[in-house]
Ligand binder design. Sequence first.
Ligand code: MG
Length: 456
Amino acid sequence: MGRLFGTFGVRGVFGKEIDCHMAYGLAKAFGTFLRRSVDRPKVVIGGDTRSSTKALKDAAISGLLSSGVDVIDVGTLPTPAVQFACRKIGVDGGISVTASHNPPEYNGLKLLEGNGMGLSREKEAKVEDIFFSENFFDADWRGAGRYREVDILEDYVEAIVSSVDVELIRERKPFVVADLGNGAGSLTLPYVLERIGCRVLSINAHPSGAFTARNPEPNEENLKDLVKVVKAIRPDFAVAQDGDADRAVFLDENGSFIQGDKTFALAMREVLRRKKGLVVTTVATSLVIDDVAREMGCDVMRTKVGDLVVTKALLEHGGVVGGEENGGVIFPDFTLGRDGAMATAKIVEALSRSGKSFSGLLAELPVYYQVKTKVHLEGDRKRVVEIVNDLARERGFKTDVTDGTKILVEDGWVLVRASGTEPIVRIFAETRKSMEEAKKLIDMAKDFLERAKKMI
Ligand code: MG
């Protein structure tokens, strides 16, 4: 973790942890960094619907222009659409002004590579160095960057529409409720759904920086109103997005919340039908991914947790689809990051092809029992998790230490991972056997953790 950059760029409470001076400085540092390899860099900038986005974005634009960078402003858009714009327009870098799923008082800057992928840690560290040293490049009046606005919305929507079988979907005409949570997805997802042949009911679809309708994190707790809507009007399914619309989560026709790895499996299968190839996911994702990939004759590669790690592995190994258990799906031929609208379009395609109800389609997937929990732990959490690995191996278990300690058992696994930001250790268990068995795996991991704690 850098001095400024967290897992998803620079983020904090507006006016306290992040303000316009900082946005100006960061963008100027980014511009200075880009000028080291390109004479006249081009940068795409866009942002989400937050109240503070315009202020931060204009400050960042000033930072870029004054360091001699040409700026292409794509306006208010989901982060994946900004990433799409980077590639489509052909630039040297990008900035998305967003705090993703965080509450309304937050905002942030996510820096992007020229191809739209999140900026690498190494490059972030270099931008940080310039920011703190204030060793900025200052352009004179001749060298100041040029500014223009580009409307990328239609290209983005059309690119998704052309990635699915619209004929197939139009025959079924699925009825979809889309909860946009006042976020940037309001500008894209309802139009994508309509264009591919769905009947759409949009809720919380007025872009609002205060996120008055619900918390922008689309978890089960925050989607209670959506459950009521589904139960009252019985659509084929419902989708909910986070603030910057890179993620999409789903409810079936009964209003039941669906785990992200299941919808990832369905979207993945649609991708593999068109193009066979490697699937990339993290160590924390369900074995259902391996089952479905095998059924399609494809291999799975597992990485550390994090969308950037998955995206990088997709790029390096030529993978065709990637994803995470939180409902993030990456389509590398489209954008180099998670895309909630494309994931939804693929789910619509899967449903239309099946001819079944959403719950019926999900019921065909192999059944796994999962338990997820967390334990409070102060001190050297990483070391404790390493000792858990030693203890498990002493007991004769096979383990995987790609990220934390994953103990492999017959028909399942349990993963023990230290959080990078909070004093907690997360424990995920999954088994083919029963819920009882999943709980036993959690207890076993907790037991190892207790013993490891005493050994430090
Ligand atoms: Mg997000």
